[in-house]
Design a protein around this ligand. Structure first.
Ligand code: SF4
Length: 350
């Protein structure tokens, strides 16, 4: 799941890619960084051979997606605890992967409990189905975490000599559910994507649920998303369902809500404009609801129509608009969700 256009990702510390390959889902994928890198390294004998091509229209995925067994257990070898972005070169919930493959990757995350894993997908509906079916994947397992570990074990038996003691590592895995060290997020670029993906994300079990609103392409209201019934809508920042035709009436009990929103503009070749008011409104919505907000970058084409008129392009020295010191002060917001550790980076501004 890679909508970042650069190698440095301010909200994580390292990437882990046990899967390679993807296909485009929506407008947010148009300038997919992963697709570009994959096409560059798709020649004979290269890591992305068969997964992407350079075409007349630019880089394109072929539709093939594959596991990379030699990287499956990488996090078990990393001793120092760190934030790990899972699958920057793919999407963990891609349709080409079986639920058994996905369970095996979750098994590694369960065993590598020293790390915090950030799973980001544009396919939260498939994630929802995966979690629903997880208990049926391994009938002998006593718990969902157990089902994942069993699948990882089976996969490692097929690919021995990966340099880790799986028995020792899996013994450290917790049985508690959902896994405390796995954050689950979805990417959205506009209101239509938010309307479709965020309600599905909220139905997935996760210690932390987050949204990457990048590349942001238009306004998104996180407090008014469609519920199943047309008469209701979800406030994803407060975990409430409201009735449109009545006074505000939160559904009884505590409902899942978003814990963290990352917002950013597009960078790289062909970057589309980013109205910095989209970030400002996101930060305001989060602040009003007590949800953490992380403004990642203003992108290569930041504009501020409210201050400067129609062609209000902001000129920034950083080509990705990633230096908070160049931003309006009110946008220097880099908060982390209340749960779990934060990387060493200190918050900037407020
Ligand atoms: S889902 Fe992510 S990795 Fe896949 S094509 Fe879209 S942006 Fe790229």
């Amino acid at each position: 799941m890679a909508d970042q256009r650069n190698k440095g990702i301010a909200w994580t510390e390292t990437t882990w890619n046990p899967i390679r390959g993807c296909t485009r889902v929506s407008e947010g994928c148009r300038h997919c960084y992963a697709e570009r890198v994959a096409a560059r390294f798709s020649g004979p004998g290269k890591p992305y051979e068969g997964l992407a091509n350079m075409t007349k229209a630019g880089p394109r995925w072929t539709g093939e997606v594959r596991m990379v067994p030699e990287h499956l257990t990488d996090p078990l070898r990393w001793k120092r605890p760190r934030m790990v972005f899972v699958n920057s070169m793919s999407d963990l919930f891609h349709e080409e992967l079986t639920f058994v493959d996905i369970a095996a990757i979750f098994g590694v995350m369960a065993a590598a409990r020293q790390h915090t894993f950030q799973v980001l997908t544009k396919r939260p509906e498939r994630a929802r189905k995966f979690f629903e079916e997880l208990p049926t994947l391994h009938s002998a397992a006593k718990s969902r975490a157990g089902a994942m570990l069993a699948k990882t074990h089976a996969l490692l038996n097929e690919t021995p000599a990966l340099g880790v003691s799986w028995t020792k590592a899996s013994a450290r895995a917790p049985e508690a559910w959902p896994l405390a060290n796995v954050w689950l997020g979805t990417s959205v670029e506009d209101q239509a994507a938010a309307d479709e993906r965020i309600p599905a994300l909220l139905e997935c079990p996760a210690a932390v649920r987050f949204v990457s609103y990048e590349p942001a392409l238009s306004w998104v209201n996180f407090t008014h998303l469609p519920e199943r019934s047309e008469e209701q809508y979800i406030d994803a920042l407060r975990g409430e369902t409201h009735w449109t035709k009545q006074h505000v009436a939160p559904r009884s009990g505590r409902n899942p809500r978003l814990d963290w929103i990352i917002v950013g503009g597009e960078s790289g070749p062909g970057a589309r404009p980013f109205d910095i008011r989209w970030a400002r409104w996101t930060a305001e919505q989060c602040k009003a609801a007590g949800v953490a907000c992380f403004v990642k970058q203003l992108g290569a084409q930041p504009t501020d129509p409210s201050q400067l008129g129609k062609a209000a392009r902001l000129r920034l020295r950083d080509r990705k608009g990633g230096d908070p010191l160049e931003w309006p002060v009110d946008l220097r917001v880099r908060e982390w969700p209340a749960v779990g550790p934060s990387p060493s980076e200190k918050p900037v501004g407020q």
